[in-house]
Design a protein around this ligand. Sequence first.
Ligand SMILES: C[S@@+](CC[C@H](N)C(=O)[O-])C[C@H]1O[C@@H](n2cnc3c(N)ncnc32)[C@H](O)[C@@H]1O
Length: 303
Amino acid sequence: MAENFPTFSLLESTRWRDYELLDSGDGLKLERFGQYIFSRPEVQAMWKRALPEKDWSSADGTFQPTAEESGGHWVLKKKIEERWKMSYPLPGTSGVLKFWTMATPGRHLGVFPEVASHWDFMAQAVQRAGRPANVLNLFGYTGLASLAAAAAGAQVTHVDASKKSVGWARENQELSGLSSKPIRWIVDDAQKFVQREGRRGAKYDGIILDPPKFGRGPKGEVWEVYKSLPSLLEDCRAILSDKPLFLIVTVYAVKASAIHVGQALEEIMKKYNGNVESGELVSREKSAGRLLSQAVFARWHLK
Ligand SMILES: C[S@@+](CC[C@H](N)C(=O)[O-])C[C@H]1O[C@@H](n2cnc3c(N)ncnc32)[C@H](O)[C@@H]1O
């Protein structure tokens, strides 16, 4: 094993009751989101499906991809609700997150179940800190990471480029009964926001970022993970408080290596007395117990 290398780990979100990876293979994954079952493309599922065809064909929805990158449409078997509720039990006394799910045009369903292990980690870090924590969630989408941190007692700033996603996140705040919690909902380009916070002298104790491979800010600002992530990490370091709790990065781009993201984070955080851990976010199949890697991550946390 290479010397002085960040700890390598596989993170599995084991607290789900409302989500299951039922099976995978032949470039597909079969998942349960609450009461509905969906079949979606999963290029990395390079093995044979374990469940018989009848289980796959009984899915309520199947995403039919087109040649265009992440293009395609849903074929919905029977009239499923336009949106339905799901929940996630947070660790300790942070309660239960409740949120809306729906089959969105872009194959996503309003939640990335594999990042739940980060929600647990953040909620525990905020509770353990024993002091008020200021947390920033960049590329926050439907806000579940923001709600997990707020439920644990943090003051949260949530940033996403999509007005629709931020609206959805606010509805999830209400549904989770967290309307009184201090959350700032911001529609903005992540990098622009962080640079402005830097100029303002704002400080955060915890930052979580989960950028897409490619994205656009509200004014068309281009986000390309390999080009933009290094400078965004630099900018994030500049707005960390003197005693930060965590800095968590998740990368969905297929080519990304946990080793590289881990080393980039280690370099950024070397002045702080902490640990870097990196690896993969995985889901375990109910059918054959195989692991499906969904993203790579690196996280820095106080020793
Ligand atoms: C992979 S999703 C994030 C998932 C989210 N972290 C979660 O755990 O549910 C990527 C998000 O990045 C947002 N986004 C894309 N480009 C952006 C940019 N330049 N600035 C801010 N948000 C951006 C998209 O609107 C989308 O909500």
